[in-house]
Design a binder for this molecule. Structure first.
Ligand code: SIN
Ligand code: FE
Length: 312
């Protein structure tokens, strides 16, 4: 796994040449499990906005992991209630941040642009070192991301992080990629292979229940066998002491005012320390991938020998 440094990204130029091939190459690197790294923030973020963000805190830091911004609802959650004015300012700042990141990502990665599903943005004002979180919520243990409440149906989790701390780096550890881990660990005790049979019988039932539940206001979640496996893998890795202790590790220090992009469902990662980061998540549908045969879904389907998300 490598860091690919991009020094002077010219957004206007890239946006005017979406077929240059460079965007496709960046997508390939991301899908292989590399990290795109920008030493300087590659989109506009004013000094004033950054200073305001450094004054914000989040509510019940154990319950809400971060301050989240939901672009589709234009809504903030997890914020310490202060004045209405201040809340409104944070909301409009997060809205503007989210839009700028989307524009930047569309110029950088044309094969994904307009096909992705926009997920939440977040602001992470908490010092990460020693956060008192439940084991499965801890981010200082190596894991791949899987969202318990928002299954992707085979879509990929692509995230853009920006360290806005005035001076200190954000420290990450990364280890092997998900495709390698699936091949080694899937089917061993504690991590059973997904069963495609569940897909036809329980899958249909689960989906019907979820639809019926939503109709009466119950937030029931239906996970495809793929999503159930990825969530299981997330828990398995965090709970696996031997894996945490002995897996090969790279340590990265992302300096103040840098940005990095990574498929967090591919790259095992943990954050060891750092405070004040902005982040935006995109769900890239499987059809938009440029190396679909390397995706965790395809690797898993090859092992099982059956489709794990397809509608019946
Ligand atoms: C994560 O594990 O996805 C969080 C990484 C971070 O906050 O830097
Ligand atoms: Fe994560």
């Amino acid at each position: 796994m490598a860091l690919i440094t991009i020094q002077d990204f010219d957004m206007t130029r890239a946006a005017s040449q979406p077929d240059s091939g460079l965007g496709r190459w960046y997508c390939q690197q991301l899908e292989r499990g590399h990290i795109l790294f920008f030493p300087r923030i590659p989109f506009e973020l004013s000094e004033e906005d950054r200073a305001f963000l450094l004054t914000q805190q989040q509510a019940g830091a154990g319950y809400h992991k971060n301050i989240a911004y939901r672009p589709h609802q234009d809504r903030i959650t997890g914020l310490v209630k202060r004045s209405r004015q201040e809340e409104e300012r944070l909301r409009s700042l997060m809205r503007a941040y989210s839009r700028r990141v989307i524009r930047f990502m569309a110029a950088l990665l044309p094969p994904y642009a307009s096909r992705w599903r926009l997920d939440y943005a977040s602001f992470r004002p908490q010092e990460e070192r020693g956060r008192p979180l439940r084991l499965r919520s801890r981010n200082d243990l190596l894991h791949v991301d899987a969202f318990p409440t928002r299954p992707t149906g085979g879509g990929r989790i692509l995230r853009v992080f920006t360290n806005i701390h005035p001076t200190r780096p954000r420290h990450w550890v990364t280890s092997e990629t998900c495709d390698v881990l699936i091949e080694r660990l899937a089917g061993t005790p504690g991590l059973p292979l997904p069963s495609p049979r569940h897909h036809s019988i329980w899958g249909r039932l689960g989906r019907a229940l979820a639809t019926a539940g939503r109709r009466v206001g119950l937030p029931l979640i239906h996970r495809s066998p793929y999503d159930a496996f990825m969530l299981r893998l997330h828990h398995y890795l965090k709970e696996h002491r031997e894996f945490q202790a002995s897996s090969p590790k790279h340590v990265w220090a992302f300096p103040a005012h840098s940005t990095w992009i990574v498929f967090t469902d591919m790259v095992t990662h943990a954050v060891l320390s750092g405070q004040f980061a902005l982040e935006q998540t995109f769900i890239v549908p499987h059809e938009a991938l440029v190396l679909p045969e390397r995706s965790p879904l395809r690797v898993l389907e090859r092992l099982v020998g059956a489709p794990l998300t397809a509608a019946e």
